[in-house]
Design a protein around this ligand. Structure first.
Ligand SMILES: *Cc1c(COP(=O)(O)O)cnc(C)c1O
Length: 401
């Protein structure tokens, strides 16, 4: 066994915004014998996880599962629906939006990338104006990230859909929910999304290794004319065999055991309760950050993420040195600043398998870390979070009584 953490006692706090802490129940489910993926037992498992996923995406339409990281599902969304040279409209919300753009360019698509400051979400009015100006309908798809994991900023997908509708433009809508599905409310059908992209290792509490597409009828129809080459990612072969619970190539059987368990856990808690729990963690974390006298990266309160909070480091202080101190002293991993934000922010992941005390431990680690790293701050952030968690918990119990 490779020694994974320098402090063996107690649990390592994995408070990056994905991969998230994998519950023991899920680890135990994965630790079962691998079965024949063409045998009778497998079909039952396949049907069950595909059906369960539809409830999480809130869709009646098709969902496919790939044995890949989220990046694979990004690629699948594009190659199944578009042709070489097609124009795609994307928005620079942060690092992940930028990576999706790079992938699109490598596939031979043209991308119009609307500049952003990495502190705001997608502006629906800007998309509406751009689509309205595209009288020739050259733009084939609008692609956006629901929860930009690099910044802790969410975009309002329902408003984006409305804006697209009022422009009367036929472009497809594709949304990355890799770090929001299973932690924040998301509605593939109601919001009229054509392709939703997701991954296993964030809100779904699984290890990395599975990715997903939810596919509207309009997106499926687009495959008929989409000329980008595809084989491994081809929806058609998946969808031809999925109804029987099987896959065209060897699926990640043990990860599907884990997915089955994760879906049971999410449904037992109730999706609305899962989302409310994450909302509370987001609010408690922001209260702590404000009490420390630090700045939240996300500038618009209506765009705060319930899955993570990115915190701006005071000028002249290194976010990476701070994170290193937190790991050395308190055995906790925090998210780093990515590309443009490298060393300037740290990210507190508060999604997945967490409760009030996990969050308090996380915030205590941050507050102690600020002290040991010599970062100027006020004390009392954890107290502010505890006060909020206590009051909101009492209020919830009183409402239920
Ligand atoms: C994590 C993440 C990705 C990348 O997924 P991989 O599993 O690393 O390929 C893409 N988009 C968002 C929003 C993410 O949070």
């Amino acid at each position: 066994m490779i020694p994974l953490h320098s402090h063996p006692a107690g649990r390592h706090f994995l408070q990056i915004p994905g991969p998230t802490n994998v519950p023991d129940r899920i680890l135990r489910a994965i630790d079962n014998v691998t079965i024949d993926h063409r045998g009778p037992e497998f079909g039952v498992l396949g049907k069950s996880v595909l059906g369960g996923l539809k409830k999480v995406f809130k869709t009646q339409a098709d969902v496919v599962i790939y044995p890949s990281s989220g990046t694979g599902a990004w690629e699948a969304a594009l190659v199944n629906t578009l042709s070489p040279g097609d124009l795609v409209l994307m928005v620079e919300t942060g690092h992940f939006a930028t990576l999706w753009k790079k992938l699109a360019l490598k596939l031979g698509l043209q991308v119009e990338f609307l500049e952003g400051d990495w502190r705001h979400g997608i502006d629906p009015a800007q998309i509406e104006a751009r689509l309205a100006a595209d009288k020739a309908h050259q733009i084939k798809a609008v692609c956006g990230v629901h929860n930009e994991t690099a910044t802790g900023v969410t975009s309002n997908i329902a408003a984006l859909r409305k804006a697209m509708d009022s422009s009367g433009h036929p472009a497809l809508l594709m949304v990355d929910t890799i770090s929001s599905l299973g932690s924040m409310d998301y509605r593939h059908d109601e919001w009229g999304v054509d392709v939703t992209v997701a991954g296993s290792q964030k809100g779904l509490m699984l290890p990395p290794g599975l990715s997903f597409n939810a596919i509207s009828a309009k997106a499926l129809a687009a495959t008929e004319t989409a000329a980008l080459p595809r084989s491994y990612w081809d929806w058609k072969e998946m969808l031809a065999i999925n109804p029987s619970g099987y896959f065209p190539y060897t699926p990640a059987t043990n990860m599907l055991y884990g997915l089955h368990e994760a879906l049971e856990m999410l449904f037992a808690e109730g999706l609305d309760n899962v989302f409310a729990r994450h909302d509370r963690f987001g609010e408690a974390t922001r209260r702590a950050v404000r009490a420390w006298g630090l700045e939240i990266l996300c500038q618009n309160p209506s765009e705060y993420s319930s899955a993570l909070t990115a915190v701006v480091m005071p000028d002249g202080h290194s976010a990476d040195a701070f994170r290193k101190a937190v790991l050395q002293h308190f055995n906790m991993s925090l998210g780093q600043g990515l590309s443009k934000l490298a060393d300037k922010v740290f990210r507190i992941g508060h999604l997945g398998d967490m409760n009030d005390l996990t969050l308090c431990g996380t915030l205590a680690g941050v507050e102690m870390g600020l002290e040991v790293a010599g970062v100027p701050h006020k004390k009392g952030g954890v107290q502010a979070a505890m006060d909020y968690l206590t009051q909101s918990s009492m209020a919830a119990l009183a409402r239920a009584a």
